[in-house]
Design a protein around this ligand. Structure first.
Ligand SMILES: [Mg+2]
Length: 366
């Protein structure tokens, strides 16, 4: 049977800003902008609904946001707090189904086709998830329910904030027919502009094109456009295999620009993690470095040892190269000031597992 699945898309409302308002009640009802400084060169990472009324939105330069909404309260993001909530909501999802695909810290697809809870009603499950999220995190989530990912994601956005919308299989095709292409998930600004130039404004317009015609214009993506414009999307909800890793990161009060300081921080983090691994009798084959610039551009670089595992020494020799590689990509806006550094080890295996002798590996990365 085609497309009789039950998919829920859960999306927290104004996530970062809502966490800030929760943790500092004096911010409730205020225009809150997370990320950037009013006169700085950063960008808005998130903003409260009160700020959105003034035309502020995420990814907008903070100077522009300040111009539109000078009374806004600018707040430095606390990713640790957002991460903690993210873990809480992921745990809630798993109480309803094993088939969960996280899209970001505050968003996920759930396939509840085979869930018997709540009489198997996807709508009731979605309502219950929203209730439990509110109860445990004091935060509001919106939900979209439909028979595929494309429609579930669009549905969660319709009645935001605090929305819960279902698009039934009988309603799907008619719903997409009227939908402007800019609301299609997966159609970015550039594609939207090309579609407009071709006279394609809505799902209905898209449906007038044959698959071959769309392929000529849009190549590989044509298949997706062709099908979703008919309300069809067979992409499965993909369960990410939980990768075994251990990591730690630091956000700086004052952004760093000195290589020596950065190196000191990541070496410290790496040493701590190695101690932790050793105390748990684990070894790691991959070292990952994460770097976030003041404009929130985030980069990760990894090195996997081909044979053997990392030691404190090999990690110490690897980190300067990873840092160099990360810093070779400058931020999109502003100066190359670093606001966060993180180190993690993955490819973990028990230290006593039968594997090659721990080698002091020669390190050949450029
Ligand atoms: Mg969200």
């Amino acid at each position: 049977m085609l497309d009789c699945r039950k998919i829920i898309h859960i999306d927290m409302d104004a996530f970062y800003a809502s966490v800030e308002q929760r943790d500092a009640p004096e911010l409730i009802g205020q225009a809150v902008i997370v990320g950037g400084k009013p006169r700085g060169r950063g960008v808005v990472a998130a903003c409260s609904y009160e700020a959105r009324k003034f035309g502020v939105h995420s990814a907008m330069p903070s100077a522009e946001a300040y111009r539109r909404c000078p009374q806004a309260i600018f707040i430095r993001p606390r990713f640790e707090a957002y991460q903690a909530v993210s873990q809480q909501i992921q745990r809630i999802f798993l109480e309803y189904t094993d088939v969960v695909e996280p899209l970001s810290l505050d968003e996920a697809y759930l396939d509840v086709t085979n869930t018997t809870l709540m009489g198997g009603s996807a709508l009731r499950i979605a309502q219950d998830i929203r209730r439990v999220i509110l109860q445990r995190t004091q935060l509001v989530a919106s939900a979209g329910i439909s028979y595929n990912k494309f429609l579930a994601k669009i549905a969660s956005d319709i009645d935001k904030p605090n929305g819960c919308r279902c698009i039934l299989p009988s309603e799907g095709p008619a719903f997409v027919r009227e939908l402007p292409v800019k609301r299609f998930h997966g159609i970015g600004k550039a594609t939207e502009a090309r579609m407009h130039a071709l006279g394609i404004e809505t799902g209905e317009d898209l449906r007038k094109w044959t698959l071959e015609e769309l392929q000529r214009e849009f190549g590989k993506s044509a298949h997706y456009y062709y099908h979703v414009s008919r309300g069809v999307d067979e992409r499965p909800v993909r369960v990410e295999r939980t990768r075994k890793s251990i990591g730690n990161e630091r956000t700086f009060g004052e952004n760093l620009s000195s290589h020596a300081q950065m190196l000191e921080v990541i070496t410290g983090l790496s040493d701590q993690l190695m101690d932790k691994l050793e105390s748990r009798s684990f070894v790691a084959s991959t070292l990952n470095l994460k770097l976030r610039y003041a404009d929130f551009t985030t980069l990760t670089r990894a090195h996997k040892v081909q044979r053997g595992v990392f030691t404190k020494e090999t990690a110490k020799r690897t980190l300067p190269f990873l840092l160099q590689r990360a810093l070779s990509v400058p931020p999109q806006r502003g100066l190359p000031h670093v606001r966060l550094l993180g180190v993690s080890f993955s490819g973990l295996t028990p230290a006593d597992e039968d594997r090659p002798e721990q080698l002091d590996m020669p390190f050949n990365d450029p």
